[in-house]
Design a protein around this ligand. Structure first.
Ligand SMILES: CC(C)(COP(=O)(O)OP(=O)(O)OC[C@H]1O[C@@H](n2cnc3c(N)ncnc32)[C@H](O)[C@@H]1OP(=O)(O)O)[C@@H](O)C(=O)NCCC(=O)NCCS
Length: 174
């Protein structure tokens, strides 16, 4: 089930976020999410979630979650780049699905719901994707995102560099 974010989702979302750290550290060093060098503590996560929730209430961000078996297993958020400014019509997207729930169409459903909701609210949606993250890249292309440049050495993880591809969708054109 794809639905809007609720306050009660906080624990699930923080749990999922910590599981991505475990995944990156123990199973997939190349996981295509950006991590802090030190895992943020729980109060920092509560503060992050509160900010996200406030932005959604203010209308400066949109957030959809995927719920399975009564728990949040995926999240997609879009934030206005600088609300009320000359770049406020441009928004940046992030998405992650819990490992056990990938490749079941949840990511695609979240993205489709999000792009639909962005229409009439934002004009351009951008994102950054690891160039090594072929699956996410292809999914974004299928949804309608186009490539718009690449930054080599964008990410430095354990001494190794990863490049990042910039993508965008112009909602007036697609
Ligand atoms: C990227 C991510 C959000 C996609 O969500 P998902 O639920 O696994 O994706 P879906 O099952 O909806 O769709 C996967 C699509 O990719 C395709 N795919 C799978 N593996 C692929 C590969 N190696 N290369 C190209 N396409 C691939 C599938 O065929 C499917 O396409 P379809 O919808 O046309 O059938 C999810 O895998 C994830 O959270 N990954 C870890 C975090 C991450 O990389 N986030 C993105 C940051 S930019």
């Amino acid at each position: 089930m794809i639905r809007e974010l609720k306050w009660k989702d906080m624990d699930d979302i923080i749990r999922n976020y910590y599981s991505f750290y475990d995944e990156m550290e123990n199973e997939n060093r190349d996981l295509g999410l950006i991590f802090y060098r030190v895992k943020p503590d729980y109060p920092s996560e509560v503060s992050w979630f509160s900010n996200l929730y406030r932005e959604v209430l203010k209308g400066d961000a949109l957030c959809f979650v995927a719920e399975e078996d009564g728990h949040v297993v995926g999240l997609c958020d879009v934030h206005s780049n600088r609300p009320g400014s000359e770049v406020g019509h441009v928004a940046t997207l992030g998405i992650a699905v819990a490992k056990e729930y990938r490749n079941r169409g949840i990511g695609r459903s979240l993205l489709e719901a999000m792009i639909k909701a962005c229409r009439g609210k934002f004009e351009v949606v951008t994102l950054d994707v690891f160039s090594s993250n072929a699956k996410a890249y292809e999914l974004y292309r299928k949804i309608g995102f186009r490539e718009n440049g690449k930054l080599d050495k964008a990410i430095k993880r354990n001494g190794r560099y990863y490049s990042e591809i910039k993508m965008y969708i112009d909602l007036a054109e697609s």
